[in-house]
Design a protein around this ligand. Structure first.
Ligand code: NAD
Ligand code: DAU
Length: 332
């Protein structure tokens, strides 16, 4: 029976991955390693708690990681500090978790010759121009803009070097913006949806012209499962649905779906070094591994996601006040 170690499995993408992997692979043995930072919650794993082993611990803890890796066949690495605005305020935990944590994990999979999949972001490539810039490909130049994306870029490069230098069996994926259930309310869509549900006005950075490509978290995780099964070690795969929206247009759609006037939001000061546009060319993943997004229509996925936040205030309510207080302190 395959034994999979999932780092960061109590976070947004990781917890959705755990549910998806268990559903897709009935005999799977699965261990989650998660430090339970502000972004991690065991509540996100409540539905599958009796099917997993949960270890609260730090991916930078070499002895713990060594023991867990030696006991598994496959490692999927989601653990990270993930929020750009937080990285602008204090990059320190980003350097530690994203760079040192990936290094610790790579050394363990090297010692024990385990298969690793490293989950990364399209933000490592920096910004595309708003118009006429095509999309990122696996060959795009690394050009990160924020402390978050710089540390993710460093982690990707560590993985590449460990593959070349030591023959580590690893793949990497870089995905665009995800949405779906269990996403922390600091992120764009859950922040705006929960603001409206709490009777507060959504906050749009700058003019809202910035474009993001939105991929449902289950489509991201289906791609990760496909790469684990059929991906070629040493290769990188870009993941993106093709659903590009400006922040402003997406906020207007969200407000409309929530029954509010489309202009019922506030402009707040822009994020420094705010990347203009992200888009991933996922044709390699589609051509070689047959991946297709099951949620190509963002509006449909958004209706379901809004409904999830409506029904699950028990999950997001306790995070909300502290998150908005952090934003208020930086004027956003
Ligand atoms: P998240 O912030 O929701 O979750 C991160 C998880 O990692 C949390 O459970 C947290 O407790 C855990 N963690 C943090 N530091 C740790 C440490 N030192 N040791 C162990 N666990 C630790 O993040 P997310 O949005 O789920 O992102 C997960 C991964 O996917 C990240 O690597 C991110 O770069 C990547 N990614 C995310 C998106 C997206 O849109 N959310 C898109 C592309 C790639
Ligand atoms: O592209 C993948 C990345 O997507 C992941 O690597 C990151 O972990 C994830 O956080 C996300 O990064 P972004 O910075 O794009 O996501 P965020 O949700 O913070 O913001 C999305 C866009 O919305 C961005 O252009 C900033 C804007 N924004 C964000 C917030 C929180 C607003 O206009 N208002 C807001 O309140």
């Amino acid at each position: 029976m395959e034994h999979m170690l999932v780092t960061g499995g109590a976070g947004f993408v990781g917890a959705n991955f755990v549910r998806r992997a268990l559903a897709a692979r009935p005999g799977l043995r699965l261990t989650v390693l998660d430090a339970l930072t502000y972004a991690g919650s065991r509540d996100s794993l409540a539905e599958v708690a009796d099917r997993i082993t949960f270890v609260r611990g730090d991916v930078c803890d070499g002895d713990l990681v060594d023991a867990l890796v030696s006991d598994c066949d496959t490692v999927v690495h989601f653990a990270a500090e993930s929020h750009v605005d937080n990285s602008l305020q204090d990059p320190t935990p980003f350097l530690r978790t994203n760079v040192e944590g990936t290094f610790v994990l790579l050394e363990a999979v090297r010692r024990h010759d385990r298969r690793l999949h490293h989950v990364s972001t399209d933000e490592v490539f920096g910004s595309l121009p708003l118009h006429g810039g095509g999309a990122f490909t696996e060959q795009s130049r690394y050009d990160p803009s924020s402390p978050y994306s710089a540390t993710k870029a460093a982690s990707d490069l560590l993985v590449r070097a460990w593959v070349r230098s030591y023959g580590v069996r690893a793949t990497t994926s870089n995905c665009a913006n995800n949405y779906g259930p269990y996403q922390n309310v600091e992120k764009f869509l859950p922040r705006q949806v929960t603001n409206v549900l709490r009777g507060q006005r959504p906050k749009l950075y700058g003019t809202g012209a910035n474009v993001r490509e939105w991929t449902h978290v289950d489509d991201h995780n289906d791609a990760v499962l496909l790469i684990l099964d059929a991906g070629v070690c040493g290769e990188t795969y870009l993941i993106g649905s093709g659903a590009e929206w400006s922040n402003r247009a997406l906020l207007e759609l969200t407000l409309t779906l929530l029954g509010r006037p489309a202009d019922d939001f506030d402009h707040v000061p822009d994020r420094p070094a705010h990347d203009l546009r992200y888009a991933c060319d996922s044709s390699k993943l589609r051509r070689e591994l047959g991946w297709r997004p099951r949620h190509p229509d963002l509006a449909d996925g958004l209706v379901a996601t809004i409904d999830w936040y409506r029904r699950n205030e028990w999950w997001w309510g306790p995070q909300k006040a502290a998150t908005e207080a952090r934003y208020a302190a930086i004027g956003r």
